[in-house]
Design a protein around this ligand. Structure first.
Ligand SMILES: [Zn+2]
Length: 245
């Protein structure tokens, strides 16, 4: 057993001991301890369309996620899981079927563009959809603890953060740290045929996916067939999400 694997197993055992793997978020939000464990509740994975069950494979979950985007594109939104009953249900716990790392851009509201509601998606957003240690930790929680079967990095057309990285000019404050995280993707995309910015945005999605897969926690879930990590590109003009590989 490698050192990495050992640490994953240990951390998982610790989570099991605390009851966190019963798909209850109380352990992190209320502080890990006996009191938090006694308040945990199992919430079955449920969405309005009944298109996902606890037995669904990661591939089936991805299909359902993309179907929600298709409804949004075609202006056939069902606005699932937004009623009072769902509010009451998820107040007790959560089991989001997908975790998504998306850009903070105001034009990329994740739940809306995938036509999903309360408790369906575990969403982490920052400028440039970059996987920093905090983001990786959050998404380890969304997948390992909460049980998401799909982990998507979602970039988008005309991303300001990637545009800044491509321009390579000085930026104020701590915006520079975002640009630095994207720069390797800009380098990779250089010389590719087609639109330079779009290429850099897609290369950035792939780069951040690599960073996530570098997490031993996420790598083990993939190896066990419990999780698939995918890249997405959101077209601001058509509202369509296409897969990036
Ligand atoms: Zn952006």
């Amino acid at each position: 057993m490698t050192e990495n694997k050992k640490s994953v197993n240990i951390s998982r055992r610790r989570l099991l001991n605390y009851g966190a793997l019963t798909v209850a978020s109380g352990a992190l939000t209320a502080g890990i301890g006996k009191a938090a464990v006694s308040q945990t509740t199992n919430i079955p994975q449920k969405v309005a369309q009944n298109d996902i069950s606890p037995d669904s494979s990661p591939e089936e979950v991805l299909e359902a996620l993309m179907a929600g985007n298709k409804r949004f594109v075609e202006n056939k939104r069902q606005n699932p899981n937004l009623d009072a009953a769902r509010l009451t249900e998820v107040a007790e716990g959560q089991s989001p079927f997908a975790s998504i790392l998306a850009c903070a851009d105001s034009r990329v509201p994740v739940e809306i563009l995938f036509d999903r509601g309360l408790g369906d998606l575990f969403v982490v957003r920052d400028a440039g959809n970059i996987a920093t240690p905090e983001e990786i930790g959050s998404l380890e929680y969304g997948t390992l603890v909460l049980g998401s079967k799909v982990l998507m990095v979602l970039g988008h057309e005309r991303c300001g953060a990637v545009t800044a990285a491509v321009a390579g000019k000085p930026v104020p404050g701590q915006i520079g740290s975002i640009v630095e995280a994207i720069k390797p993707a800009v380098e990779r995309a250089k010389g590719q045929p087609g639109d330079g910015l779009e290429n850099a945005i897609k290369a950035n999605v792939l780069l951040q996916m690599e960073r996530l897969k570098g997490s031993p926690v996420i790598a083990e879930l993939i190896e066990e067939g419990k999780l698939t990590v995918v890249g997405g590109y959101y077209d601001l003009d058509t509202a369509e999400v296409s897969l990036v590989s």
